[in-house]
Ligand binder design. Structure first.
Ligand code: C2E
Ligand code: MG
Ligand code: MG
Length: 739
């Protein structure tokens, strides 16, 4: 309908039919009315934040219709072109509501400062138009004609149009919400700006009469607003704040408001050229422009200062605890080292914080960290500066002419972290291990000092936690050696430096060897043959135990497959680290190894230490049950050394129980050891577990374990761990005996 009205109007005006002026007035009123109605309907359709936008636009259209009506009435009266205060006021008010609409659309800046900045950018562009408009439109017009303020006042409209367009360009972008309707509104604003500019130049030259073809442009701009109102609600917009920071605008968008300022300067030069004087309007415009520029600049400077302060805060403090962060700490440390005053660093790591986090969740974990940070800050009490380096790691820097010894400070910190009775009950024990390093000639840089503190901290952890240690040369050397050994261990599997020895397990009743335990050895290129005690703890710490164990399982299965030729029922036992038990891929590894070697699963025993089994969760027990279902045998290794709770025995689907060497060793001299072995053997019998006595060295021990009724024995009395060939030799007679 509105488009049809517009087309009729266009034809009428172009054909210059009689009554063209009235037709163009009525057409504009009708289209503005229709657009206003469309905006009201859009406002009803949209959620609250978008509603305001459409209501402001509806008001704008309503004011346009009203203004045009008043204009028409006054024109039909006697005034040929009624530039009355009422008409001007209504149109200007409409521009106000249009601007308000743009500022409250979802894509506009949210902060008051951001909105003020956007408006000021628009005003700058609008004001820059004054000298430019002067040069383009008014320069050729006689001075006397310009005395009429109505003529020059008309320049205000294109200026305001341009201001609105600038705001729209700042607000709308294809990547932001409501891009399509805003683009159509932009087209509407552009159309109106062209119409206003052409109108003002025609009017200034006295060649405008109502019913001029340019008249069609205004209803066209209204029509476009009505079209924009028909776009559906943006799908991504669900009324919530955007979760991510909006992307930064491209540089040209930021520079855009300032380009017309350059144009204005050129225009001023041109305007002065004929007379050497600045026309009054241009002068006033330029002054206003300068004033607004200064305001905008002040706003930007203020905003920058605020941003810099915020960035500093973000960069130099820890967000969670409010303590200085790692960056601040290292800066302070470096400054202290430059001053060449005595410096000490305390590195503090919470004990078992990961478990607390896992058990109680991250929110509780964060709360604990914050409270600990507060406690420690009070404990340091100005004798040093504390920082959070990240995670559960804190550091204290003691520098300058310090009053307190770092060891003293460490004690104070440990005291402060003593759990309160409530925490004790809740199972939240924020104890800590502290490493101290004091600056000395061996430190080339702050990183050396921090590394030493780290070494000392690990020593404190190894010493049983909730303790502090100071870094000494011996500690440093051991740490370096350890680090080297870890690096070597990484290569050991790939470079085939590992090998297995096999220790026979004998049947105590017959003396036959039908099984052997595979024990890993490392032939280190420099250090020679290393026993598991030397490198397995490191492997467990670094996770290297997993590839090592995997290799052992495969290798042992391959070896066992070769024994089966001599002794079909022979089995092999391998040790499995606790860490491996928690891995879902254990089953896949084991089945691949047995299948690959062509070994029956029941020929493989997995030895697991008692402590690994007790700590195991239900999934671990499930995994063990699955292994049992496959036919694989499971032994509880080193029985008696863990915190044995006999009640757990029935839960574990084991087939064997290996009594620890420490009991067997004391059999001859300690009656209690004898009673223990006897009791454990009887208990194992009740649970259907085969008992293996470990570490049998002497004939006396052999007789004792045989008398008690252990089924199998393992120890130097029967054979030391040895190469595969030796074990085969031990197996053959047994097989022959049977034959
Ligand atoms: P374990 O599983 O209890 O193995 C028995 C340990 O006792 C072996 O020490 C063996 O050499 C030693 N032993 C056996 N009979 C006697 C004896 O009569 N007297 C004395 N004094 N010692 C005896 P080894 O080979 O040094 O292994 C130590 C531990 O390292 C093993 O204890 C086992 O827990 C672990 N381990 C060995 N190989 C592996 C492996 O491939 N993977 C994993 N995860 N752990 C392994
Ligand atoms: Mg073992
Ligand atoms: Mg053992």
């Amino acid at each position: 309908m509105a488009a049809a009205i517009l087309l009729v109007e266009l034809a009428w005006v172009l054909a210059a039919l009689p009554g063209a002026a009235l037709v163009s007035d009525l057409g504009a009123i009708a289209v503005a009315g229709w657009s206003g109605y469309a905006c009201v309907r859009a406002a009803r359709r949209h959620p609250a934040p978008l509603r305001r936008f459409w209501l402001f636009l509806a008001a704008t259209m309503g004011l346009a219709a009203l203004g045009r009506t008043v204009w028409t009435v006054q024109r039909l009266g006697d005034d040929a072109l009624p530039h009355s205060l009422l008409v001007g006021g209504l149109f200007t008010l409409g521009i106000g509501t249009g601007t308000a609409a743009l500022l409250c659309c979802v894509a506009a800046p949210r902060s008051a400062v951001g909105r003020a900045r956007t408006v000021l950018d628009g005003v700058i562009v609008g004001l820059a138009l004054i000298p430019i408009g002067w040069v383009v439109v008014f320069r050729g017009i006689a001075e006397a004609d310009l005395a009429d303020p109505v003529r020059t006042f008309g320049l205000l409209y294109p200026m305001l149009d341009l201001m609105q367009l600038t705001i729209l360009v700042a607000v709308a972008s294809p990547t932001r919400p409501m891009w399509r309707p805003l683009a159509v509104i932009g087209a509407s604003l552009g159309t109106r700006a062209v119409a206003d500019a052409v109108y003002i130049s025609l009017f200034a030259q006295g060649s405008y009469a109502p019913g001029h073809p340019i008249d069609v442009c205004w209803p066209l701009s209204y029509l476009l607003i009505g079209v924009a109102a028909h776009y559906p609600q943006p799908p991504a917009w669900d009324g919530r704040e955007e979760a991510t920071e909006p992307p930064l605008p491209p540089w040209w968008r930021v520079a855009l408001p300032y380009l017309p300022v350059g144009g204005a300067i050129v225009a001023v030069v041109l305007a002065r050229r004929p007379t050497g004087q600045t026309p009054q309007l241009v002068f006033v415009g330029m002054m206003a422009l300068l004033g607004v520029l200064a305001l905008r600049q002040g706003l930007a400077a203020n905003e920058n200062m605020w941003l810099v302060a915020r960035l500093r805060r973000l960069a130099y403090t820890d967000q969670l605890t409010g303590l200085p962060n790692r960056l601040t700490f290292t800066r302070r440390l470096r400054r202290a080292l430059r001053d060449e005053a005595p410096v000490a660093v305390l590195l503090l790591d919470l004990d078992g914080f990961k478990q607390v986090n896992d058990r109680f969740g991250h929110v509780t974990g964060d709360g604990i960290l914050t409270s600990i940070a507060g406690r420690m800050e009070r404990a340091v009490a100005g004798d040093g500066s504390i920082a959070r380096l990240g995670g559960d790691e804190f550091a204290v820097l003691v520098d300058g002419d310090r009053k307190v010894r770092p060891e003293h400070l460490a004690e104070r910190l440990l005291d402060a972290l003593q759990p309160s009775p409530g925490e004790e009950e809740a199972g939240v024990h924020p104890s800590a291990s502290i490493g101290i390093a004091e600056y000395g000639p061996q430190h080339a840089s702050h990183t050396d000092l921090l590394r030493d503190a780290d070494i000392a901290m690990y020593a404190a952890k190894a010493a049983g936690k909730s303790a502090y240690r100071t870094c000494t040369p011996a500690l440093r050397e051991a740490a370096v050696g350890r680090a080297e050994l870890i690096a070597d261990l990484r290569r050991a599997v790939d470079e085939e430096q590992l090998h297995l020895e096999y220790q026979p397990i004998v049947d105590l009743a017959t003396g036959e060897v039908r099984s052997a335990e595979a024990l890993v050895r490392w032939r280190h290129p420099r250090l020679g043959l290393l026993t598991p005690a030397r490198f397995l703890p490191l492997a467990e710490e670094t996770g290297l135990i997993l590839p090592i164990d995997r290799w052992v399982i495969h290798e042992a299965c391959r070896a066992a497959a070769t024994w089966r030729d001599h002794c079909p029922e022979a089995t092999v036992a391998v040790n499995i680290a606790a860490a491996h038990l928690c891995r879902p891929d254990l089953i896949a590894t084991v089945t691949a190894a047995t299948a690959g070697a062509g070994l029956a699963p029941r020929a493989l025993t997995l030895e697991l230490t008692e402590s690994a089994l007790i700590e195991g969760s239900d999934t671990v027990l499930d995994r063990l049950r699955q292994l049992r279902e496959l036919g694989i045998r499971i032994a509880i290794d080193d029985f008696g050394t863990g915190y044995s709770s006999l009640s757990y025995l029935h839960r574990i689907p084991a087939t064997e129980l290996k009594i620890d060497r420490s009991f067997v060793t004391r059999l001859g001299e300690d009656a209690r050891a004898y009673a223990t072995v006897e009791m454990v053997t009887r208990l194992a019998g009740a649970f259907d577990l085969t008992v293996v006595a470990e570490g049998v060295e002497t004939d006396g021990q052999h007789e004792a374990v045989t008398a008690i009724g252990c089924v199998h024995g393992q120890g130097w009395r029967y054979g030391r761990p040895a190469a595969l060939a030796d074990l085969r030799a031990a197996l053959i007679p047994a097989a022959r005996n049977r034959a």
